[in-house]
Design a protein around this ligand. Sequence first.
Ligand code: GMT
Length: 377
Amino acid sequence: MKIGIVCYPTFGGSGVVATELGMALADNGHEVHFITYHLPVRLDFISHNLHFHEVMLEEYPLFQYQPYELALSTRMVEVVERYQLEILHVHYAIPHAYAAYMAKQMLKEKGIDIKVVTTLHGTDITLVGSHPTYKTAVEFSINNSDVVTTVSKSLKEDTLRLFTITNDIQVIHNFIDENKFVKAHEKECQRIALAQPEERILTHISNFRPVKRINDVIRTFALVRKEIPSKLLMVGEGPDRRNAELLVKKMGVKDDVLFLGNSTEVNELLCYTDVFLLPSETESFGFAALEAMAAEAAVISTNTGGLPEVNIHGVTGFLSNIGDVEDMAANTLKILKDDTTLNEFKQRAKAHTQQFSLKNILPVYEEIYESLKEKVS
Ligand code: GMT
């Protein structure tokens, strides 16, 4: 099929998931067109089935804010017409579902019936989407999509609780392409480059926004390091990085915390990891934790949102209440107490990712696209 994918092209989870989906669809023979404001960071042009269409913005002195939705819907119309796309799959409701609705109406005028699939990812519903500034438009665009999916059961419940939804919502969990993690593991993992043989490695990956509570990562690590020699890898960039660096100094753990910036090679960085820390305030799914588990890391997370669907308490890691760094540190120490226990957690984490395997999830999206062929809007 010919599918347009609209997403944020950044390091955030929704953009990464959308890009991985597009690449997997292209590998499976579909023609995939990314429509976004720059090349998605995870996109590698390995297939002639992958295309990229940049959304360009025009400066004009009157605009305090450039009207991105207008430019995006115009670009969607152009690409759908030119490449005869059958589906527009938009990831993250704001403003993508709204722009897709407008594109659909414009195409209808031209006699083209484009089908819109909207995947809700998390903050487009919880932190941002339900805010009165956006709520009416978000609700409208969810109710007027041809198909709506959420990345967890928890996010579906949040959507139904926060909005008046008249459309069906299908839960399709995020997925991972295990092959990418197998390949990373086959390469020799040069742990010694980052830590001494007796040290454990803890990792956190995010966009360092307040919702990720990265100070809790550092506080948890500081408690763990008192008991066990260890290093903390902080992967990502964002507004809370500076404060986190100050906290690391204040807590006297500066020499054992490495801030590595953004990375497109997370599977290779994760091969070093024993325990992945995700103490978020809210998390619709926790894709970063799933990637860590695929790389054989145990997970210490909060028990919020969709995290309990990914991280199973006492099996793949542990869940704690938001902000309870003592509990997170105590649980980390339970995992790290000896090699046997650590390896058991790692193996169970890896095994649990099988239910989020690309080979199971990709056909679900393909079935949705196929089913829409028959539907008349
Ligand atoms: O929270 C982020 O890191 C970014 C955000 C996004 O939309 O890019 O992530 C959301 O979507 C991810 C992919 O579906 C989920 O794994 C994250 O849990 C979700 N973030 C939140 O709900 C805070």
